[in-house]
Design a protein around this ligand. Structure first.
Ligand code: MN
Length: 330
């Protein structure tokens, strides 16, 4: 933390970013730092790989963020780049190789995911804390360490981050920290009830039609302990949904009492899958994601797989998870 604070103090031009297909955690954390660093006179800019999902419009992201997908010939030099909510540079491509690596003097990952045991490592300047329930919590600590007072904009961004990643305070790692920070943020006029609604209660009629189809096709394995779902890009297109809107399907499925784990295969194009894995805690799924070239948290992980056959890929994932379930004796 001291190193990060020192690096920020010494930098004049600072870039902020997060992983592609950003979520509320990375987005809230980078926007909070954007407002905070502006207050202490830094030349600060947010550059994301691709556009912000619709549900985050209440944060006015398009007003503050440059999207690399729209300006691929972007020219920029910076003293420091802070990357939020990932420590895997591959999730920043092509922005990482073409802009960040060659044009930033220092790059620091601010993240709460475990470092990959077999994959790109974060830079030595990075701050990784896997005990944090959200990256927003880490962004809060950095802002406090810099002595920057919170204001409504910062509080709203941080509250979005923490509320999103804890899924309305369900996943708090048995720590009072998320609630303590949230309580302080609620001292500011941020309209928390509306933030909850924007994040979790803005489903469309098309989304429910899509859910009816996806949920109707769940396959169960291991005596109902493992659920497998498949979503095709054509379905998202048919129901006029963004990729982001397929994300919470797996979390919904995890509400089934008998389940210990779930796997979602989203087919983005023929043979190209985004695999999402969840566990309620009896088994780890991080190792399964790593086998497929991905990563994430111990109980929530994922991978992007190219050139795969669905039946083979599903068979491999089901076998890996089944083996873990039988070893754990559940
Ligand atoms: Mn996160």
């Amino acid at each position: 933390m001291e190193r990060i604070v020192e690096a920020i103090r010494n930098a004049q031009t600072i870039l902020l970013t997060t992983h592609r297909q950003c979520d509320g955690d990375g987005l809230g954390a980078e926007l909070a730092l954007y407002y905070a660093l502006k207050k202490i006179g830094k030349n600060v800019r947010v550059i994301n790989v691709d556009e912000t999902p619709r549900k985050y419009r209440f944060l006015n992201p398009d007003f503050h963020i440059t999207y690399f997908s729209e300006v691929p010939d972007l020219k920029i030099e910076a003293d420091l780049c802070l990357v939020f909510d990932t420590n895997d540079q591959r999730l920043l491509e092509p922005l990482f190789s073409s802009v960040l690596k060659p044009h930033c003097k220092q790059i620091a990952f601010i993240d709460h995911h475990p470092v990959l045991s077999n994959g790109p490592q974060p830079t030595k300047e990075s701050l990784i804390d896997i005990s944090s329930a959200s990256t927003g919590e880490m962004a809060y600590r950095i802002i406090k360490a810099l002595g920057i007072p919170l204001d409504t904009d910062i509080a709203k961004a941080l509250y979005t981050s923490i509320t999103f990643d804890t899924q309305l305070y369900r996943y708090i790692r048995n720590s009072p920290t998320s609630h303590r920070i949230a309580a302080e943020l609620l001292e500011h006029p941020i309209d928390a009830t509306n933030i909850h609604r924007y994040l979790f209660g803005n489903q469309t009629v098309q989304k429910f039609a899509f859910l009816a189809k996806a949920l109707g096709q769940i396959e169960y394995f291991c005596d109902g302990q493992l659920a497998v779902l498949r979503v095709k890009d054509a379905d998202l297109f048919h129901y006029n949904l963004e990729i982001d809107e397929s994300r919470d399907v797996i979390d919904m499925v995890m509400n089934i009492e008998s389940l210990e784990a779930a796997a979602l295969f989203r087919e983005d194009s023929p043979g190209e899958f985004k695999v999402s894995l969840r566990s309620k805690g009896q088994i780890e799924v991080h190792g399964v994601a790593e086998l497929l070239g991905g990563g994430g948290h111990v109980h929530a992980a994922g991978a992007s797989v190219k050139g795969a056959n669905y039946a083979d890929l599903k068979g491999q994932v089901v076998a890996e998870i089944s083996r873990r379930l039988s070893v754990s004796g559940t």
